[in-house]
Design a protein around this ligand. Sequence first.
Ligand SMILES: NC(=O)c1ccc[n+]([C@@H]2O[C@H](COP(=O)([O-])OP(=O)(O)OC[C@H]3O[C@@H](n4cnc5c(N)ncnc54)[C@H](O)[C@@H]3O)[C@@H](O)[C@H]2O)c1
Length: 341
Amino acid sequence: MLTVALIGCGQWGPNLARIFHTDSRSRLKYVCDLDDSRSGLLAHRLRGVTIARDIHQILDDEEIDAIVIATPLVTHYEIVKASLEAGKHVLVEKPLAPEFVQALELTELAKSNNKILMVGYVFLFNPGILKAKECLTTGVLGELRYIQAIRTSLGPIRFDTNALWDLASHDISIMLYCVADNPVFVSGVGGYFTGNPRADIVSASIKFDNGSMGFLYSSWIDPCKVRRATFVGEEKMLLFDDMSPFESIKIFDKGVERGDLLDTYGVHRMGIRVGDILLPRLEPIEPLNNECCAFIDACLKSVTNPAIGDLPLRVTAILESIDKSIIQDGAPVEVETDLFN
Ligand SMILES: NC(=O)c1ccc[n+]([C@@H]2O[C@H](COP(=O)([O-])OP(=O)(O)OC[C@H]3O[C@@H](n4cnc5c(N)ncnc54)[C@H](O)[C@@H]3O)[C@@H](O)[C@H]2O)c1
């Protein structure tokens, strides 16, 4: 049994609280928030859960094995560090920390303290993304050419980070997981439209060492909620659409290939191949539940998963490099590959 405390009871924290409260292998002991009304509301809904006055009540309680953190990004470094130093396992919401050096320090601290530090990259536990990864590793799609990810909605607009860190961080986690190669350079541009000093819209690209590309488009001032990633392989193409839960994956037997000889000088027409569309059956599992179960497995049984260790750290490195490119109006910025070996 894993005894857990939740810090941060805003929009997202209650979703995590629900799962740790109901899972038979965990017990949610405390909820904590700077705003008493938020923790009070949540504790009222969850039988047997106590409101912690402050984070120290949680850190000092020897019964607490793990701390789940759903506070704004700007607070992650301090709360994660204090939690690891108090000997607790940590599940922190994405991204890990606002700076790469901080993310590195926390990752090393977790390693040296022999504690789990997992980041809430929930799409790595989404049955649709797991299917996409399977199609890539088993060769169904052929060699990957590119992944294009679009993530838009109207709000929430955050004031401690930009749309890149808030939204595209999910897509970068998906790309690193699926491409499984080192990024070489990135480029990005941002749009500032709400008076927020941080970008509301970001468009960015990532070039990987093996030649595949990642294209990102994220906005929190868009009228439509879109959560979509297209995987284009040499053999087939795959669409992941998280807004279409019963058909979140479509595999298209479509492609572009060298076609007929056009003339006697050996010039070819590009052939367009259009075949069947497959809708694979996916297990109807809630991704967040999968994520929390993976965290419990990691803490209780030392079973690792992609949201632990290098991947969340690499996401932070890529985010920081894209930020640098945005400041330079899209100039290519090298990603330090030493970090990826
Ligand atoms: N995985 C996902 O799909 C997903 C979705 C939404 C949000 N998130 C992440 O969850 C985190 C929180 O997002 P949110 O939308 O719930 O934000 P929010 O602003 O709605 O809630 C944050 C809460 O944290 C509390 N808080 C702030 N500093 C604190 C501190 N030092 N100690 C205790 N409580 C503190 C605030 O009072 C607030 O109630 C962010 O990292 C965000 O990126 C993840």
